[in-house]
Write a protein that binds this ligand. Structure first.
Ligand SMILES: Nc1ncnc2c1ncn2[C@@H]1O[C@H](COP(=O)(O)OP(=O)(O)OP(=O)(O)O)[C@@H](O)[C@H]1O
Length: 315
């Protein structure tokens, strides 16, 4: 069998073209298109059942698509070999268990698999002790995995994904069960990886704040297609157009959606002067954008013209 290889120089680190996935009679992925540049952090958002895990697992080589093409590091996952696999880091939603292993012991053991794939520019594996510190498991390093809490277990999952110092890291809902400190530490690890190690990262999350904070670009998957593709600010601008203004006059509360907030506020003060209190101006957040888009797809099967500008690949 000839392996489908594309020059990495000409291609993106991840390239997905007209990807389709049918389970029985249901088309979960209808026509998914996107690409990811080296070092980019991309967040894939979408409602439950949209096909995020399916997309990621096709890219990891765990599922075979029903149609279309996908390339990771220039290679089609369904035809890839061990040396390709060794360049990936994978954090799945539920990882297989190793209850009797101790944390440090397991990472050390898994790390050995990556040793033959070490290169002059990318040393493999990462040091297990350093990694344990990075994910904040120092106190549990010599504990059995069966004794870890849910959040600690998830931190270990992330460490398992990172031990091979991957070129591309796939994270499927990585911070589920993290406490706020663990979440913040994890974000720090991801930022460091993408900046210092040039790791390309594709993550799924239901935490819009996390997507906004972590990613360079956001994709929204709905109805089997990528319906939005841009930075959090770009998406918000596209939807925004309006800002929400709240204020009080003589103890009465008011609220209005306006296209030009500064002008509106100026007029408000011209009319009411110092009687205006508790003034708040709020631009559309990523959450507003997300809810609006997903609702439109659900109701009409498509986005209205204004939102649809982001449909498909926009690079
Ligand atoms: N092996 C399978 N056989 C049949 N249907 C499947 C299979 N795997 C997934 N599905 C269905 O495909 C759809 C997409 O599932 P997937 O897990 O990819 O969605 P998701 O976006 O990751 O969802 P969530 O946010 O809930 O994790 C769902 O309706 C799911 O029930």
């Amino acid at each position: 069998m000839t392996t489908k290889v594309r020059s990495e120089k000409e291609a993106h680190v991840i390239e997905v073209r007209q990807l389709k996935m049918r389970y029985g009679t249901v088309d979960v992925l209808k026509d998914v298109n996107f690409s990811v540049r080296r070092g980019e952090v991309l967040a894939l958002l979408g409602p439950n059942g949209a096909g995020k895990t399916t997309t990621i697992e096709i890219l990891e080589g765990f599922r075979i698509s029903s149609g279309g093409e996908a390339f990771v590091l220039g290679i089609s996952p369904k035809e890839a070999d061990e040396s390709w696999r060794a360049q990936l880091g994978i954090v799945m939603q539920s990882w297989r268990d190793h209850p009797k292993w101790k944390v440090h012991e397991l990472l050390d053991h898994l790390g050995r698999y990556y040793e033959p794939y070490s290169t002059a520019t990318r040393f493999r594996p990462m040091d297990a002790g350093e990694l344990i510190e990075k994910v904040g498991l120092q106190e549990q390093a010599n504990q059995k995995i069966s004794s870890l809490s849910g959040g600690q277990r998830r931190r270990l999952d992330v460490a398992i994904g990172l031990i091979g110092n991957p070129e591309v890291l796939f994270l499927d809902e990585p911070t589920t069960g993290f406490d706020p400190q663990a979440r913040r530490d994890f974000h720090e690890v991801i930022r460091r990886l993408s900046k210092l190690e040039d790791t390309t990262i594709l993550l799924t999350t239901h935490d819009l704040h996390e997507a906004e904070k972590l990613s360079d670009r956001i994709l929204i998957l709905a109805d089997g297609r990528i319906v939005a593709n841009g930075s959090a600010e770009q998406l918000a601008e596209q939807v925004a157009g309006t800002s929400e203004v709240r204020w009080m006059v003589n103890n009465e509360r008011f609220q209005r959606e306006v296209p030009d907030a500064p002008l509106f506020v100026q007029q408000l003060f011209e009319e009411h002067g110092a009687a205006v209190t508790d003034l708040e101006v709020r631009k559309a957040s990523l959450e507003d954008v997300y809810i609006k888009m997903v609702q439109q797809i659900k109701n009409n099967g498509r986005l209205d013209n204004k939102l649809a500008n982001f449909e498909g690949e926009t690079e």
